[in-house]
Structure formats: C-alpha cells, structure tokens
Design a protein around this ligand. Structure first.
Ligand code: DSN
Length: 426
C-alpha cells in the first residue's frame, strides 16, 4: 500500500508543534514511548466484545491477559475493589454510570460547567443535561471554593438521585467526606469524576475519592499520563445490592450493573490496543518515580500560581492545591477576553485554553479567563525555577496581544527554551 504522506506529514507537523511549544493545557500530557507503542500495536485488529473469559468472539485469550493486567494494576493504584477499563472516554464512563444509576428524567447534581464543572456533569448541550434533570452547585463568590452550604441546601430540597463531585477547572482539594454524608442523608449515589487529579491521587498527593464515593470515574490521559480513555472504579461499595433486578428477579450488584452499562449498554467492542496502553501507563504509575513526577507537577503549579499573583493576576481561589489554576483576566486586563488571550499565546507557541471563570460576565465563546496547568511541561522536565520566566513570557504577550513583534520575540524565546527539554519519540 502506498504510504499516506498527506496524513503522515500532518502528524509530523503536530509532532513539531508539540516539540517547540510550552504546553499548558491542564488536561493534556505526553505519554511514554511504550504507551504510544502499545496504542499503535496489532491489538487494534481484535474484536473482543464482552469481558475477559466471557467474550462474544473467538481468539480473545491473548487480549484477555492484557485487559486483566490493566484491571489488576488499576485496582492496586487506587486500592479499588472493582474496576472497568473499557470506557472509550471519560464522557462514556460517566454515561455508563448514569445508565446504571438513573432513569431518563431523574434528578442529579453536579458542578456547573461555567464554574469549573465537566461537560458530562449536566451541561444542557450534553446527554447528561438533555436526558436527565440537571441540578447544579457552584463556587463561593468571595473565595472561589466549592459552596458546600449551597450544595446541601439544594440537594436537601430537590433530593437528586446522583450527586457528582469533580471538576475540569478547579484548583482546590474536595471535601469528599462532607459530600458522602450529604448523599447518605438524602439517599443519593455519590460519584466522583477524578479525571483531572487522578495522577496526583494515584501518587498519594491528594485524597483518594474511592474512600468516600460509591463510584469513581476518570479519564486516563490527563495527570495519569496514559492513552486517551476512560475508567470506572469502586471501593467498599462495589458489592452493594442496587435494587435493580435481573429478569429472574435477582437483585444485582452495582458493579454488575456498571459492567452491563459499559457493554452492551453504551459501547460495543472495547479498544484492546488502548486498554493495553492503559495497562502500560498503570504500570508506570505504580513505579516510585511517578510520585516524584506528581510532586513536581504540584511544585510547578504552586510556583506558577505565585508568579501570576505577583504579576497582579487574579488566580481564582488565590492559588492551587493541584496541577491547575484558573486566571480571571478581568482584574489585570479588563478588556482582554480569554479568546483573544488564547489566540495571542498560541501564536507565541504557548498553549492554554480560554475558560469561563466563576460569575463570568462574558459568554463561553469569549470568556474572561484562561486555564493553565503543569502536567505536560513537568513531563518534559521543566522545574519550578522556570515558572516565573514562563509567566513573564505570558504577561509580555497578554500586555500587547496585537503586537506581532512582541509575539515573535516571545515565540523565539519559547522555541529556544524548549530545545533543552526532550519529548518522547512517537
Ligand atoms: N475537556 C476536558 C478538559 O479539558 O478538562 C474535561 O474532561
């Protein structure tokens, strides 16, 4: 077959883009060569609907071994009793939880997207907000922390069947114990989507939500530094009977309901090449060096937040406990939108994403903020002593976002700097 130069040229251009730039998108990372190799392997050829030992296709005995390894390693990382490694993405992991726990139209509650929540936690344009009745909680206007009082008040009044913790743009630790108490009080299922901080949790740097939540979901490609994909986990509640009955009238365990919700509920054949790559990444997360990496991610994030504050930026909640931060640009540059900031920074090879900030006065297409995170640059070996310099470069661009000579000068500096920090081959 003729080599597809059109696509491989595009891949090479993306490789160069990743090499040259400072990657600050909080949900991105760079996987290792062996994770990449597993993803690009012949396992992509195999259909394996079902679960290890119970498949609907022949010839699954080899991929059963890699899926079982992924399961064992994932349980060990998070001290889980039960896991499912098949969800193709975080949104599909969440969809499976909705399918197992709710009926269409049921009430559930999650963090509002415009205050740092995830799309699949109730956004009106997502399945969660379209098929179910979404209630939301937010953050406090005075300090940017989750408003647990408001959450409790709405939950006690509305009695959602599912209470969801976890965020895509929230830089503080969660009070999972308080949320579990609330869920128990109102008879709700408590789910945490730990997609963003999963790697920090794996390394013991943040509290493990499996100790509190009935169900935990995650992606595998953010701080956890694996291939793109999703997972579902349960701790001590895995064996709970859930009131749903089989056609024979037996009450089913929550874990069995979740397995059926993933397959055949929302997915067909699992991506066994991606599951093998998840297993590789989980093996890396069990290596002691992973803790050093996650500690560095946090040190870098703290140093970066301090550098932004020192330059007069409003970092929502005043700092960070994890890998990310949300910058409200309105304090320092009232006229600057997140959209313009993102575009100017991308031209300087510094990648961030525009983001709504709590109580934003602008639309999601404009926004008043940017979200910044350190997992990817930390993987490249950047340490906290460089955070001040990176913030200085960002500030030079944001102070004159239309000035092409400033942007060019910053881009040259960025490209020169990143030559010192190798990236994995691909
Ligand atoms: N879209 C993802 C993020 O960037 O945070 C949320 O899962």
């Amino acid at each position: 077959m003729k080599r597809d130069n059109a696509i491989f040229d595009i891949i090479e251009r993306e490789h160069q883009r990743q090499l040259k730039g400072i990657e600050l998108i909080a949900s991105e990372n760079f996987v290792s060569d062996q994770v990449m190799q597993a993803m690009g392997s012949c396992l992509t050829n195999k259909y394996a609907e079902g679960y290890p030992g119970k498949r609907y296709y022949g010839g699954c005995e080899v991929v059963d071994e890699s899926e079982n390894l992924a399961i064992e390693r994932l349980k060990k990382i998070f001290d889980a009793e039960w896991v499912n490694v098949q969800p193709h993405s975080g949104a599909q992991a969440n969809m499976a939880v909705f399918m197992a726990c709710l009926k269409p139209g049921d009430k559930f509650m999650g963090l509002n997207l415009s205050q740092g929540g995830h799309l699949s936690h109730g956004s009106p344009v997502n399945f969660s907000g379209i098929m179910f009745q979404a209630l939301d909680y937010g953050v406090r206007q005075d300090n940017g922390y989750i408003d647990y009082d408001q959450m409790e008040e709405v939950a006690r009044r509305e009695r959602p069947r599912l209470l969801i913790g976890g965020a895509s743009a929230y830089s503080r630790e969660w009070d999972y114990a308080r949320m579990r108490r609330l869920a128990d009080e109102i008879g709700a299922i408590f789910m945490v989507d730990m997609a963003h901080p999963a790697g920090l949790i794996a390394a013991g740097e943040l509290d493990n939500p499996l100790r509190y939540a009935h169900i935990v979901t995650s992606t595998t490609h953010k701080t956890l530094r694996g291939p793109r994909g999703g997972i579902i986990l349960m701790g001590k509640d895995f064996d709970n009977p859930w009131g749903k009955t089989t056609p024979k009238g037996e009450i089913r365990k929550m874990s069995a309901l979740l397995d059926s919700a993933v397959f055949p509920g929302v997915q067909g054949g699992p991506l066994e090449h991606v599951i093998a790559a998840k297993a590789v990444a989980f093996g890396e997360a069990l290596d002691p060096s992973f803790k050093d990496y996650q500690q560095q991610v946090r040190r870098n994030a703290r140093a970066m937040a301090e550098a932004f504050v020192a330059k007069g930026y409003n970092v929502v909640s005043g700092g960070t406990d994890n890998h990310c931060m949300l910058i409200d640009l309105r304090t320092k540059y009232p006229e600057l939108t997140g959209k313009v900031a993102e575009k100017a920074l991308v031209q300087a090879d510094i990648t961030v994403n525009k983001n709504m900030v709590p109580f934003d006065s602008r639309s999601p297409f404009q926004t008043s903020g940017i979200r910044v995170g350190t997992p990817a640059i930390t993987t490249r070996g950047v340490k906290e002593d460089m955070m001040g310099e990176i913030v200085e470069l960002i500030d030079r661009v944001l102070s004159e976002p239309e000035n092409t000579s400033v942007i060019t000068a910053v881009r040259e500096k960025v490209n020169q700097t990143m030559k010192q920090f190798p990236i994995f081959a691909y």
